[in-house]
Design a protein around this ligand. Structure first.
Ligand SMILES: [Zn+2]
Length: 454
């Protein structure tokens, strides 16, 4: 064997040995997330996607098969909670990693606390958002962490625009060596419930001539108990819309090139769920019950295997986690935790997760004859130090125990044990707690007292 041959032979043996060693490490324990210079991030926020309506979270109907198939190779967070049950405070809490009452309009107007988007931008990453068009009054506030030049407005072609953005950003990232951050926000699961053919016959047949609008839903809330027919019809239409969304979202996910996926973390989440009379109302933003707070969180990261994580996590954890995966330090204003070790099969430990609900401050701080500030420029007219909501209720989750209280009515408070009462029917504060759970409940109360919540 000539010298060159000997060297090559030696290198091959070395490579085989190293490979065997790596394999042994993999099978022994934690995965490692492999991205060359920090991971690119594709974050898909599906507005109003209730975790309880997905098969991977135990639902009977296969509402989003293609999406679930894509994320079956990633991590499913079984117990992810949003920071608030409606769009504006939920996005404020996830972008700024704080409960909504700690986020001000000044922050949204980019004169205050940093968001994970601004932190990534400041670190040199390309930022891009395929976001909601300006059709709802909160849109500008929700899109505010992005600069105008970084936004493309979605709509019926959100996912084809997102596909184009992935291609452009991947090219750019290869040139600059900096990871990119793409946020996609779609309203496809949100009301009105108006499934179109052929989706109006999936899971059953809904009335094709009828659209259920937000006004219909809110009117139904004013009525006494809805008829079984109405309840089933609303649920059917919502599920049909999810299947329609799945066709678009599934195609987009499948279109992401393998070469991009090798260096990219893909995240699916929702800002809040949707209620279907589990606690006496439809829609969202009306309570801190599970059907409004429990959201899907699925993460596919290169190098991390398929797993399910039962440890409760919060969308306040999104910012620190995204930045950690991009190799960017988190601002010290963030209240959430970096949960990326959960993707590798490690544990984080039991934490107290907080969330809130409230009315938008501007609804009563500006005179009613002024149009609500659909643009942040309108915010200049009043005090931008105000938080995005005036807190009306607050809550916390600790393991399987959850707590809710009304801020102005101290006697109105609830505690549920999701391990024995997954639909939150039995208030532990007005019943005798099982002996086996009593010490844990007392410990939870102590923690809530320490936080000024009880
Ligand atoms: Zn929303």
């Amino acid at each position: 064997m000539k010298l060159r041959g000997k060297v090559a032979f030696f290198l091959i043996i070395l490579a085989l040995f190293a490979g065997a060693l790596l394999h042994a490490t993999d099978s022994r324990g934690a995965d490692s997330i492999r991205c060359t210079d920090g991971c690119n991030m594709i974050i898909i926020a599906v507005d109003t996607l209730a975790a309880g309506h997905l098969q991977t979270y135990g639902y009977g109907r296969d509402t989003m098969p293609q999406t679930e198939q894509f994320f079956s190779r990633g991590t499913i967070f079984e117990n992810a909670y949003s920071g608030a049950p409606w769009t504006l405070p939920s996005f404020a809490s996830l972008y700024f990693s704080n409960v909504p009452s700690q986020v001000t309009f000044k922050d949204l107007a980019r004169n205050g606390k940093p968001s994970f988007v601004s932190a990534a931008r400041d670190a040199g990453s390309a930022i891009y958002g395929v976001l909601l068009p300006n059709t709802v009054f909160v849109t500008d506030a929700v899109n505010s962490p992005f600069k105008e030049a970084e936004i493309e407005y979605g709509g019926t072609d959100t996912f084809s625009k997102a596909g184009g953005a992935v291609r452009r950003l991947s090219e750019q990232s290869k040139r600059t060596g900096n990871p990119f951050l793409l946020m996609v926000h779609t309203f496809d699961a949100h009301d009105p419930y108006s499934p179109v053919p052929p989706y109006d016959t999936v899971f059953g047949t809904s009335d094709q001539n009828k659209t259920v609008t937000m006004q219909d839903i809110l009117h139904a809330n004013l009525a006494a108990t809805p008829t079984t027919e109405t309840l089933h019809d609303y649920i059917l239409r919502y599920d049909q819309q999810l299947r329609r969304l799945d066709d678009k979202l599934g195609r987009f996910l499948e279109s992401i090139p393998e070469s991009t996926l090798d260096d990219t973390v893909v995240i699916l989440l929702s800002d809040h769920g949707e209620a279907f009379w589990e606690h006496g109302h439809f829609w969202h933003g009306l309570s801190l019950h599970k059907e409004e707070m429990h959201v899907p969180l699925m993460v596919r990261a290169p190098g991390a295997g398929a797993r399910r994580v039962s440890e409760p996590v919060s969308l306040l954890d999104l910012g620190p986690t995204v930045l950690s995966l991009m190799d960017i330090p988190s601002p010290d204003t963030f209240a959430g935790d970096d949960i990326s070790i959960l993707l590798k099969g490690e544990n984080l430990g039991k934490r107290l997760l907080r969330y809130e609900n409230g009315y938008p401050f501007f609804l009563h701080t500006i005179t009613p004859d002024i149009v609500p500030p659909s643009s942040l420029s309108a915010v200049d007219a009043w005090d931008t130090n105000l938080p995005v909501i005036e807190k009306s209720s607050e809550g916390a989750r600790w393991g399987d125990l959850v707590y809710i209280r009304a801020v102005r009515v101290p006697s109105k408070r609830f505690m549920f044990d999701l391990s024995s009462d997954p639909t939150e029917k039995e208030n532990l504060l007005s019943t005798t707690v099982a002996e086996t759970r009593a010490p844990l409940v007392e410990q939870f109360k102590e923690m809530l007292r320490a936080e000024g919540l009880f």
